[in-house]
Design a protein around this ligand. Sequence first.
Ligand code: SF4
Length: 675
Amino acid sequence: MSESLRTVHAACPHDCPDTCAMKVTVDGERIVRIQGDPDHLTTHGALCTKVSRYAERTDHPERVLTPLRRVGAKGEGRFEPVSWDEALDDIAARLAAIAARQPEAIVPYSYAGTMGLVQGESMAARFWHRLGASRLHRSICAEAGGEGLAATYGGKLGMHVQHFAESRLILVWGSHSIASNLHFWTYAQAAKRAGAKLIAIDPRRTETAEKCHQHLALRPGTDGALALGLMHELITQGWLDQDYIDRHVEGWPALRELALQWPPERSAAACGLTADEVRGLARDYATTAPAAIRLNYGMQRVRGGGNAVRLIALLPCLTGAWRHRAGGLLLSASGWAAPAKRSAWLQRPDLLAGRQPRTVNMSTIGDALLHPGGAGFGPKIEALVVYNSNPVAVAPESGKVVAGFRREDLFTVVLEHFLTDTADHADYVLPATTQLEHWDAHTSYGHTWVLINQPAIPPRGQSRSNAEIFRQLATRMGFTEPCFQDSDEALARGAFNDSIDHAALWRDGWTRLPVPDAPFADGGFATPSGKALATPLPEVVLNHECQEATPELAARYPLAMISPPARHFLNSTFVNVKSLRAIEGDPCLEMHADDAAARGLADGQPVRVFNDRGEHHCVLRVNGRARPGVVNGLGVWWRKFGRNGTNVNELTHQQLTDLGQAPSFYDCLVEVTAL
Ligand code: SF4
């Protein structure tokens, strides 16, 4: 081994519950190897296919390495290189001019392109708070489920992922774990080898569902109805843990009355299952211990997603599954890290100095950008600064999003690695560093460790970290508070308080949070009463678009479309990595053979998927993965790689969920014809 080789601790920054601990070996500025840390328990030395190719992404020939200024029309993607000083001076001057009149006319737009506390929301949040810009409701992925979970347990709290290895029954509910939660899947496989039964609950027959013992392909948006059917059986078959309920559940009598109205026949009819399937699932769940549920966010991307999560989260409280560390439920574990994070220091909301800027919901950015301004909305949006996100590809109802981004009177700045669909609409594109080039600190929403990320290589080209870009803008805007001088390393070192083992964090690259093994074995939920809450009573909420709620629409658009992520992309990240795109092939729509036959369509045929909002062209796949009446439009492709310059979000809408004001991507009716 060369003497110049160096290995640093890193953390995967992507929007994935696994938050892998990584070891990056470099030779000078050359990346030699990126591997999962074999000593970190849940990473166990393995990275997914996507991030194994991180070097390919970092040194991608199309990476943006200088600041760019637009020379073509918006959306055209034609730019000229400019110096950092030119770009930052102009951006600061334009933002300052708007802020002098109305700072809320400036909207920051960011999400989980990096989950890091430093490059996600630290210096950026300080900057926006000091400026008084609009706030952003960061709702696009997990808010409905997150609110549902918090409304039930008092926080985004759940099982330790590693304990699934000891479960005897695992419901893999709304999760394509092989694609999006690989390290959980390793534990599920270990449990399977030890004799556990795995049951997938998912409208799509994913590779994960194929590897489970049973797959229940319910209709999208009916998960709450299934949970109530299960509760009905728990009650009528005498499978309740009444002692646990009496001591640790609030609101049980009303929930019991509700559940008794959902016999298996009614539940099955709503879900598109058989009554025997509901009965069998209830029997398995109630009579196998420990029983665990790995719930994931796919199922909450419908109008009733929040209530559905509440109902499912109550199931382990009724059977007492929480008594065992390998029983219970995991949707998110991010709440365990909340007490360790120095969020107020990182983000400095005090810099608002009493101002209360309006909040713009990122999930309705299409409508927001097209709003002329006025009462109930506030000022028209004049400037948008996008980082860690690609809203032109990922936000719902692309037609309106694109129209908004094309507004000539909108000043748009995008911090990016590549010329994404969103960057193509920017007035300035600023080259951002990747995870291998900057400092960061990470928590996880899928496990109970915190991690540090050290830069392995210097920034490529002229790229700068997000924090550095906002630091420079702050200087130009005349923000003199000392917090704008904190370096990236200082932010990373200061991200956690003394409740964690800092020595271990810096020695190993990660350290475990102090979370009990079986956190709710004796109740102790994070609610005011310490009990799991069935109050207010959760309910079944129909989809925005479905036969029951919108029969006229369903007559014209009889197919329900969900848009789960393609296995080799991570939301819209990695779509431009050729080797991964090659595995995915073309943008596609999966359809059941009966639905295809009824339309005279065949596997491999180009099709037109459409509704009143637009049309998307792609290739039909009749591959056994779609259930009757449901089509799966795999996402999230960049629009520029689409056959007609669109992706599935051309068809989705901006109506929100019952809790969390989140988008309902998987609550969408379409029709399909030959192209
Ligand atoms: S995307 Fe997920 S599985 Fe892949 S390396 Fe990152 S954290 Fe691990």
